[in-house]
Write a protein that binds this ligand. Structure first.
Ligand code: F6P
Length: 376
């Protein structure tokens, strides 16, 4: 069913990632060129919809941004239903709906990960036309084959692991490289495989330090007295994973608001305790193997800079397909990558879901065949 669209909005939310500008350009060029709509960019995520902070995305604004890292719109982790305004946390959903109506915005395109899909779904349920595109360096957005940002981050993390090899080798050291990914191990597993890490630790496979030590000792026995350990920021020991598991089950079971708040507090405390895990792991490995250990936290380097060719193509494909879906009147969906095609999937299938590494994934099997230690 064709919808009479005149003006669309676009925003970027959550952590930035390479390819966001390529996607803005894809949506914008198709919107202007193929459909003649006006396109307005809202600044700093959902906050722009409240504060009317905007940029008119005309042809000039869309020119020259394909290769630019970050997002020209700015981003934030603000949630429409829990936004701090004038020092108070407020539900701004109604304000956003009224604003969009007042400004004549027929649809809002939200570029983000699973959290953004959740927020977009809330707006959709409040009667706003929304559509999302999957971006994340973590590759953990559900129901899409790929999300833009991941391919670039994978290249960056792989290059870092490549470079760490020569210095680890020269000094006969263990180098523990911490890779981003939140609760998913895709980035670490991919970079670990591509960079030839000796140990790969991901959240989906809780580790036993003794197994890592044994793998490193075996390498020393065979004359290789250095090791590269690629560890995901969310990776944890079996004991810690069990403690998290108990806390998360408690949250799921909580029936009252008070119970939920308490369970969430417990998880937050565990998250704080988890910070520094990589440093502690390296220290432990040094003590147990008697090999000098060093840590490199790759951090935000993985999110910055120019998108790779693969991410530019993906973001452009998803962005242009998004304009076609808006033209058809398809809302409340995420534009998913499906092989070489794209497909609209209902936001209910994406929001609050996480695509984790299945323990029997073929990348895991490949690493095992190579003899890479996965800590289990
Ligand atoms: O989701 C992308 C990501 O970079 C994760 O890998 C990481 O855990 C998180 O964002 C960091 O978030 P922030 O930018 O809020 O520090």
């Amino acid at each position: 069913m064709a919808t009479k669209i005149k003006r669309i909005g676009i925003l970027t939310a959550g952590g930035d990632s390479p390819g966001l500008n390529a996607a803005i350009r894809g949506v914008g060029k198709a919107a202007l060129g193929n459909y003649g709509w006006e396109i307005v960019g809202f600044r700093d995520g959902f906050r722009g919809l409240v504060e009317n902070e905007r940029i008119n995305l005309d042809r000039n604004a869309l020119s020259g941004i394909l290769t630019v890292g970050g997002t020209i719109l700015g981003t934030s982790r603000d949630k429409p239903h829990r936004m701090v305004v004038d020092g108070e946390t407020k539900d701004m959903t109604g304000v956003i709906r009224d604003n969009l109506k007042k400004w004549g915005i027929d649809c809002v395109v939200c570029l983000g990960g699973g959290g953004t899909a959740k927020n977009a779904l809330r707006l959709h349920r409040a009667g706003i036309n929304v559509i999302t595109l999957p971006k994340t360096i973590d590759n953990d957005v559900a129901v899409t084959d790929a999300s833009f940002g991941y391919a670039t981050a994978l290249d960056i993390a792989t290059e870092a692991i490549d470079r760490l090899h020569s210095t680890a080798h020269s000094h006969h050291r263990i180098i523990v490289a911490e890779v981003m990914g939140h609760r998913a191990g895709w980035l670490t597993l991919g970079a670990g495989l591509a960079g030839g890490a000796d140990v790969i630790l991901i959240p989906e496979i809780p580790y036993d330090v003794e197994k890592i030590v044994e793998a490193i000792r075996q390498r020393t026995k065979h004359g290789r007295n250095f090791s590269i350990v690629a560890v995901a920021e969310g990776a944890m020991s079996r004991d810690d994973a069990h403690i998290y598991d108990v806390a998360e089950k408690k949250l799921k079971r909580a029936k009252t608001l008070g119970g939920k708040i308490e369970a969430k507090r417990e998880i937050a405390a565990l998250d704080i305790r988890h910070q520094g895990n990589t440093m502690r792991l390296a220290k432990l490995l040094e003590e147990l193997t008697q090999l000098e250990s060093r840590v490199t936290i790759l951090g935000y380097v993985q999110r910055g800079g120019t998108p790779s060719a693969a991410d530019r193509i993906l973001a452009t494909r998803l962005g242009t397909a998004c304009a076609d879906l808006i033209n058809e009147g398809t809302f409340g969906v995420m534009v998913a990558a499906r092989g070489e095609e794209t497909e609209p999937v209902p936001l209910e299938k994406v929001a609050g879901k996480r695509k984790s590494v299945p323990p029997d994934h073929h990348w895991v099997a490949t690493a095992r065949r190579l003899g890479t230690c996965l800590g289990d």
